[in-house]
Design a protein around this ligand. Structure first.
Ligand code: AP5
Length: 222
């Protein structure tokens, strides 16, 4: 694994980007950068960007490239990202992909792997609607597919506070899936053209998907 690996996880809502990014972070010592999490933090903090993003996110649409790029650039400037990053939910448009290429080129860096998590849309509504996270550490869970070992207690930090996202309802998930196919899925060809694309079947059990992803990451970074 090179010190400054840059990995991208592509996939529709519910594909497992966040779940797998957290597992890769632990396994390889990389830093997960989720633009969804950064935007939700901006909304919670009531910043100007957060105020502009809130309604757009709740409608399942994409936040403007300008806002997302500003937030991502700030986060990438933090020193911990020198360990290497897993981009979760970014880029989502061709404008964002081109801006990322420019940003990395300016640092003498480049994308090691863009990994498309391949799933059936029909299963994603159930995955997203059943999702909840630890209110303290952010560990992700699911009503059916991934419950804490002790009911009501986070496996990672022991917290008993859990939360659900405002945009995790069937209607908004439909809009998010549409936005993915219209604006983000074309990036699969974009990265294929650059020779950095891998596809992983993400319909299987979480740990099996993690094993397949780890194999791709090792191959791309060593
Ligand atoms: P974001 O937070 O990125 O949400 P998303 O892309 O819709 O993805 P999700 O977080 O819903 O799904 P995931 O793939 O991470 O799945 P997870 O691992 O949680 O973005 C939210 C909003 O922010 C966007 O709609 C947009 O408005 C805005 N935004 C963000 N980035 C942007 C950008 N770059 N540009 C513009 N706007 C942006 O898994 C889901 C559930 O399934 C979990 O409960 C998990 O336990 C379970 N699960 C995972 N894998 C499996 C499996 N293999 N089998 C069974 N269950 C599984």
């Amino acid at each position: 694994m090179t010190k400054s690996a840059v990995l991208i996880l592509l996939g529709p809502p519910g594909a497992g980007k966040g779940t797998q990014a957290r597992m890769l972070e632990e396994k390889f010592g990389l830093v997960q950068l989720s633009t969804g999490d950064l935007l939700r933090a901006a909304v919670a903090a009531g910043t100007e960007a957060g105020l502009a993003a809130k309604a757009v996110m709740e409608a399942g649409q994409l936040v403007s490239d300008e806002i997302v790029l500003a937030i991502l650039k700030d986060r990438l400037a933090e020193p911990d990202t020198a360990k290497g990053v897993i981009l979760d939910g970014f880029p989502r448009t061709e404008v964002q992909a081109a801006a990322l290429d420019d940003l990395l080129a300016a640092q003498g860096s480049a994308i090691d792997a863009a990994i498309s998590l391949e799933v059936d849309d029909a299963a994603m509504v159930e995955r997203v609607a059943g999702r909840y996270t630890c209110g303290n550490c952010g560990e992700g869970y699911h009503d059916s597919f991934k419950q804490p070992a002790v009911a009501g207690v986070c496996d990672k930090c022991g917290s008993t506070e859990f939360k659900r996202r405002a945009d995790d309802n069937a209607e908004t998930v439909g809009a998010r899936l549409e936005a993915y196919h219209a604006q983000t899925a074309p990036l699969i060809s974009y990265y294929e053209g650059k020779g950095v694309l891998s596809r992983v079947d993400a319909m299987g059990e979480i740990n099996r998907v993690a094993g397949d992803l780890a194999a791709v990451v090792v191959k791309a970074t060593t």
